[in-house]
Design a protein around this ligand. Structure first.
Ligand code: NAD
Length: 297
């Protein structure tokens, strides 16, 4: 069993760390939020007053932080950054969704110190994090991938090697751009049916068994009352925040610009999510975009 440090215990990181504890690993945790730490410690993890003490002696360091600026600050801040304190030969796994350039920068600074790095963003949401069924999209060398795979298997079901450093992040922004387009399309189709007298459960069932079937409709339905145990059944609380989806779509647009790719659907979804966030919905789950198309409001 491995000695693992876990930094960032939010909606995703908390349950991921708990699954590592359940798998029998020695897990040390740190988060700026005492509440987030307490929940994971109750399940058997050990905590420290600061991130530096948390990573001392760890063979694997996993981070699950909001955005690129947090990841860069945690690893690369002069003297207090973890790059100066992680022991050479260890493996850093950053599962945050961030820009590929920051991942590559952190990878190269760590490599100079003899520390391995993979970017390993995830898909599957909070439900997947709790159930240990996440998909990991890993960027790094073949050797780095082989070394982290057994650790990732305690938190996920599908572990993919996307390519070299940064490739995991590119795969993730492609996936989330598609996810946002599917969520917007599912929302407007359901609202169209509602505005024309259909029952949302009946319509969802029809489309799920027809060519409109997709994850946002079948598993994460945005219309309240269609499904239990999804954010739409809980006033769009928990889940994947609008602010984070807006961030990911910004990353997708940066990636598209850099490669001169044409992404008209992604660009429209980015604008819709930016507008939805600016209207005070940033902390709600991303399926709340359903309300933007509400005919009766
Ligand atoms: P979150 O905001 O719930 O959690 C982030 C945690 O990081 C917080 O607990 C915060 O206190 C902590 N943190 C921030 N700065 C820190 C620092 N310097 N040191 C220690 N802790 C620090 O976010 P989340 O929903 O868990 O998402 C984390 C990442 O996973 C994001 O990049 C997000 O895009 C990605 N992601 C989220 C989902 C989802 O469904 N929520 C799904 C896939 C990927």
């Amino acid at each position: 069993m491995a000695n693992i440090a876990f930094i960032g215990l939010g909606n995703m990181g908390g349950p991921m760390a708990i699954n590592l504890v359940k798998a029998g690993h020695q897990v040390s945790v740190f988060d700026l939020s005492k509440e987030a730490v307490a929940h994971v410690v109750e399940q058997g993890a050990t905590t420290f007053d600061d991130a530096i003490s948390c990573v001392k002696g760890a063979e694997f360091i996993i981070s699950m932080l909001p955005a690129g600026k947090h990841v860069e600050a945690v690893y690369l801040t002069p003297s207090s950054g973890l790059a100066e304190h992680i022991k050479p030969g260890s493996h850093v796994i950053d599962s945050s969704t961030i820009d590929a350039k920051t991942s590559q920068k952190v990878a190269s600074v760590l490599a100079e110190k003899g520390i391995n790095f993979v970017d390993a963003p995830v898909s599957g949401g909070v439900g997947g994090a709790v159930a240990g069924t996440l998909s990991f999209m890993v960027g790094g060398s073949e050797e780095e991938f082989a070394q982290v795979k057994p650790i990732l298997e305690a938190m996920g079901k599908n572990i993919f090697h996307a390519g070299q450093h940064g490739a995991g992040q590119i795969a993730k922004v492609c996936n989330n751009m598609l996810l946002s387009v599917l969520m917007v399309g599912t929302s407007e189709a359901l609202q169209l049916g509602l505005a024309n007298g259909l029952d949302a459960k009946v319509l969802s069932n029809i489309m799920s068994k027809s060519s409109g079937s997709n994850w946002t409709l079948d598993v994460y339905n945005p219309c309240p009352g269609v499904m239990e145990n999804v954010p739409s059944a809980n006033d769009y609380q928990g889940g994947f925040m609008v602010d984070l989806m807006a961030k990911d779509l910004g990353l997708a647009m940066e990636t598209a610009l850099a490669s001169q790719s044409s992404t008209p659907m992604g660009a429209l979804a980015r604008s819709l999510y930016a507008m939805h966030a600016a209207s005070g919905n940033g902390a709600k789950d991303f399926s709340s975009i359903f309300n933007v198309f509400n005919h009766d409001k």
